[in-house]
Design a protein around this ligand. Sequence first.
Ligand SMILES: Cc1cc2nc3c(=O)[nH]c(=O)nc-3n(C[C@H](O)[C@H](O)[C@H](O)COP(=O)(O)OP(=O)(O)OC[C@H]3O[C@@H](n4cnc5c(N)ncnc54)[C@H](O)[C@@H]3O)c2cc1C
Length: 394
Amino acid sequence: MTSFDPTADYADIRAGVARVCAEFPGAYWRDLDARRAYPKDFVDALIREGYLAAMIPEKFGGSGLNLTAAAVILEEIHRSGCNAAACHAQMYTMGTVLRHGSEAQKAAYLPGIADGSLRLQAFGVTEPTSGTDTLALKTTARRDGDEYVINGQKIWTSRVEHSDLMVLLARTTPREEAKSKTDGLSVFLIDLRGQVGNGIDIRPIRTMINHATTEVFFDNLRIPADCLVGEEGKGFRYILSGMNSERILIAAECIGDAKWFLKTGADYARERVVFGAPIGVNQGVQFPLARAHAHLMAAEAIVYRAAAMYDAGLNPGVEANTAKLLASEASWEAGEACMQTHGGFAFAEEYDVERKWREARLYQIAPISTNLILCHIAEQVLGLPKSYGPGRGQ
Ligand SMILES: Cc1cc2nc3c(=O)[nH]c(=O)nc-3n(C[C@H](O)[C@H](O)[C@H](O)COP(=O)(O)OP(=O)(O)OC[C@H]3O[C@@H](n4cnc5c(N)ncnc54)[C@H](O)[C@@H]3O)c2cc1C
């Protein structure tokens, strides 16, 4: 494992991403936010520059970069004041196809994802009644000849209206008949083109941020059997194996947000004059920003350590989860400090602070909530009884 200097390493990538992001200033995001509209031009620009294909191997048309590089890309997007939530899932969802998909699936889809003609943005795991308890999900996929028939409902399936493909987790064996507690779920790669209204119904959910999230209903949706990714019944393991990269990439976005908040807050503290002096001369204004910066540095170190471990082929479950926990808290702390520094102007939309603050809050809840990370650390590191999932109480 090599050491990581976040200011020097990947300087070219940072500069390139910053150049793209400069084309999409606060006014662009404010307008989309007001309309709850999808940042299509921004996503197109990232695809055009190849950033969303960073982790796709070169033989399929991507750049073949590692997770650290992908984390740098997402961090830089957020540091620039933009938001990668409209497209970040492509980076980690694609890993499921890469690691567990057949050669035929990879050949059929990865080149299109790499050149931008196909979008793999949607990831359907969460359901309204099961929540974090993924093994309790109720959506079923029943084999019928050369097809599977899907029935059930997903919630919080983000970007599905802007995606050609969707990774879906569904139950193929009833829970009581499965060989083990974690068997019986399967992953499918569904081609959504032409399917909406034909067994799939999508209903947008209006949320406090502009996130293009939806409910998806499956009513006897028929998909070819070769949509199955990997082995039937092993889907829970495949989804779990993708979670470390998801946690690390989201954590990198939080690091970017924290840097944006601290720069924006410090700039304002230098410029805003009250009682005849810039408010930044007061330690009451400086200290929350400085403390948030200290926590940002600690979080950043663990984010890139987890990424380096992942790239070294290790399984950094505790590190990836810790990175997400600390980075989401660091961005929130920085957001709070930035808000307070701005006083009443924090509430004015044109400063972008209230929008970024709303957006930053999500990452203490999704893709995994803080409590569940603490449960994981308590069990895995401290040896305390398991308080979630199979084997709870043991
Ligand atoms: C905007 C948005 C976008 C999303 N996008 C997607 C997506 O694209 N695809 C997808 O599949 N999902 C998506 N999600 C879902 C997200 O991953 C879940 O909301 C998140 O994992 C939390 O699950 P839940 O909402 O069901 O909470 P629940 O599981 O109902 O938990 C509620 C609260 O109880 C706590 N809790 C539960 N069990 C325990 C326990 N044993 N110990 C301690 N505390 C506990 C949790 O920490 C949480 O605070 C999205 C969610 C949001 C809000």
